[in-house]
Design a protein around this ligand. Sequence first.
Ligand code: NDP
Length: 400
Amino acid sequence: MGKALIIGAGGVASVVVHKCCQNSEVFEEICIASRTVSKCDALRDKLQGKTKTKITTAQVDADHTDELVALIRRVQPDIVINVALPYQDLTIMDACLETGVDYVDTANYEPLDTAKFEYKWQWAYRERFEKAGITALLGSGFDPGVTGVFSAYAQKHYFDEIHRIDIVDANAGDHGYPFATNFNPEINIREVTANGSYYKDGSFIETPPMSVKRVYDLPEIGPKDIYLLHHEEMESLALNIKGIRQIRFWMTFSENYLNHLKVLENVGMTSIEPIEFEGQQIVPLQFLKAVLPDPASLGPRTKGKTNIGCIFQGIKDGKERTYYVYNVCDHQECYKEVGSQAISYTTGVPAMIGASMILTGKWKKPGVYNIEEFDPDPFMDALNKFGLPWQESFSPALID
Ligand code: NDP
């Protein structure tokens, strides 16, 4: 059916590549392009001969639009799947505009020097994408991503109005290291050291980092400490879900993880302000990333499960109603299947599915869209088919 250019060759990209190769009818050809081409070649070598999908590789610095444009003109893809870092979103969108190619990513743009992620930069491309007749699908990972699809599904099938959404992202995996992050440490630590925030009656209310805590008993995982965080999908869900009054995002952290993080923060290692060290400018957080375990190395060591889902409260036919939809994913099963742990897996599968929705024409619409703006049904079916089956409950425990 089509050809995808996958940008990035890290943890998430590896899963995207595996999943495209499992879906060769849609992804007849892929080109894996990243800054370090040896990582792309390694992925190609792992899969070539085991799939009908034709795989090529290329080197690109995605910070430079001109390099991307040249690559796109050479490869001629039908879609670009951006699984590099959020800093490259705009240069890649610019290149897609210039070449008239559809675009998918999993995380919204964040300027390198401000640690503030918002959709405004990418939403500013709406008119230009519309005029060019191309589609940009923003945030097609798990959260953002599947959480938006779950919300659209709840809205379509179970509610006249959704009033409250609690997104709960739990990772009960154990990698055996004293401290490591499950995906890119720089992105992860920037996210968890920022202020928390939640949506309430038309505005966002900020809370100090990790200051709001609850305990939630998650299916297949058990009771866990969950903490309120800011998370990017709240910004678009607040606009796209009818009648919404409150949205909160919760993530599990162990006491051990938080203690390590506190110490690193107290000594200044999580700062993104450059400092002078032995005649060189270094960013402490980037240095920290270099000494922490590579998230890609956690796969074989991580045991346990993740559970990510959304709890909805609202009304249907004048009556109050609650609904919980979630996916449970087992780290070791993911590793057995694609050689990655569940965090990369739960992001990479939806990225492939989002791209397939556009390639097959199901979600082809000129403009820039968040995932909950499309019909959730084909995406929900694809989750069951490609390794992220979901479960539902109509009487979940609620979070106060
Ligand atoms: P990794 O750090 O493992 O991989 C990032 C990849 O991007 C690396 O291959 C890196 O190349 C490449 N890259 C970085 N800068 C450039 C550049 N300028 N040009 C070309 N390639 C570049 O990250 P992950 O795979 O863990 O994460 C990928 C994305 O997924 C991130 O945007 C992250 O925020 C997002 N994500 C989304 C989630 C969701 O649920 N929505 C959850 C988890 C992650 P090199 O090897 O040379 O450094």
